[in-house]
Design a binder for this molecule. Structure first.
Ligand code: UTP
Length: 297
């Protein structure tokens, strides 16, 4: 029986420069899709997958993120007085049990690998998940839950994988596939941001991982790589070299890159259309917009 995955690391210490000036004072993860911050989608997905301990790697200026998970006594008592039960329930989902959440500081933005490594003392000898909250995934069964179930069979390291068109390969880490087993592939290499034509497959790694504690040991030895950053990919690649089992998991669902403006806007529209109370008005607006644009062409 493999170890259960009960801890997740949320690296949220990046500078979020693509969203400046907003991210000068608001953490990127607090930006909202409809009415919920990106981080809430990530937390809900982790909870659905059975995660019990939530580890945030933060940095300067992320105070709003820490406050978000606190109780808001004045707001709650005012809603209670007004008998606003539904809103009280909405707030309930934002609270964390005492001791379930931990914050670790990454003092310098030295990359995703370094951010994960900063949390090493909170991980024991057990597999753990890493969730990048800017990758928001709409799925019937939440993506991490799909992965945890698959990981119970395989063990080792697992990365979420998504098919991308060849022209987009240079924006992702791309998997070199040893064996394709359908929803899962075993991996024999990973190429960071290959030019179109040089990508070993069309399977890109996106922001969900289940990793073994050995990856944290690998990170301890890894020097700064591309862009002066310590890359998580390099530490996972060492697991491939040591033949300890690295898998790509083709999740079922739609991923939005909310770290980019275009992806964030697409997610806003898509999550808006998924809400019963908004869908009619939003659809009318989109139809009208399409008609006006067609007429103008
Ligand atoms: P990104 O590559 O999106 O970088 O990081 P970023 O700083 O957040 O955003 P831009 O590119 O400047 O707009 C991917 C994930 O890794 C985390 C980020 O918070 C994000 O969740 N990260 C990145 C860290 O926690 N620390 C780092 O040093 C770098």
């Amino acid at each position: 029986m493999k170890n259960k995955v009960t801890k997740a690391i949320f690296p949220v210490a990046g500078l979020g420069t693509r969203f400046l000036p907003a991210t000068k004072s608001i953490p990127k993860e607090i930006m909202t899709l409809v009415d919920r911050p990106l981080i809430q989608y990530a937390i809900d997905e982790a909870r659905a997958a059975g995660i019990k301990e939530f580890i945030f790697v933060t940095s300067r200026g992320k105070g709003a993120l820490e406050d978000y998970f606190d109780h808001a006594p004045e707001l709650e008592s005012s809603l209670r007085k007004k008998k606003k039960k539904a809103l009280l329930n909405v707030l309930k989902n934002t609270n964390m049990d005492s001791g379930a959440i931990a914050y670790i500081r990454q003092h310098k933005p030295l990359g995703l690998g370094h951010a994960v490594w900063c949390a090493r003392r909170l991980i024991a000898n057990e597999p753990f998940a890493v969730i990048l909250p800017d990758d928001v995934i709409a799925a019937e069964k939440p993506c991490l839950q799909q992965m945890v179930e698959a990981h119970a069979e395989t063990g080792g390291c697992m990365v979420a994988a998504m098919e991308v068109p060849p022209v987009k390969s240079s924006a992702y880490g791309i998997l070199d596939v040893r064996e394709d087993m359908g929803s899962m592939v075993s991996v024999k290499g990973m190429v960071e941001k290959p030019e179109p034509g040089e990508a070993p497959s069309n399977l890109a790694v996106i922001g969900r991982y289940i990793l073994t504690p050995q990856v944290l040991t690998n990170l301890t030895q890894i020097k700064q790589g591309a862009g002066g950053e310590i890359q998580l990919t390099d530490a996972i690649a060492q697991e491939i070299e040591a033949d300890r089992g690295v898998y790509g998991y083709r999740f079922r669902g739609q991923r939005f890159d909310c770290g980019s403006k275009a992806g964030y806007l697409q997610a806003t529209v898509s999550f808006g259309l998924a809400r019963d109370e908004l869908k009619g008005e939003l659809m009318d607006y989109l139809d009208e917009l399409a008609t006006t644009r067609r007429a103008a062409q």
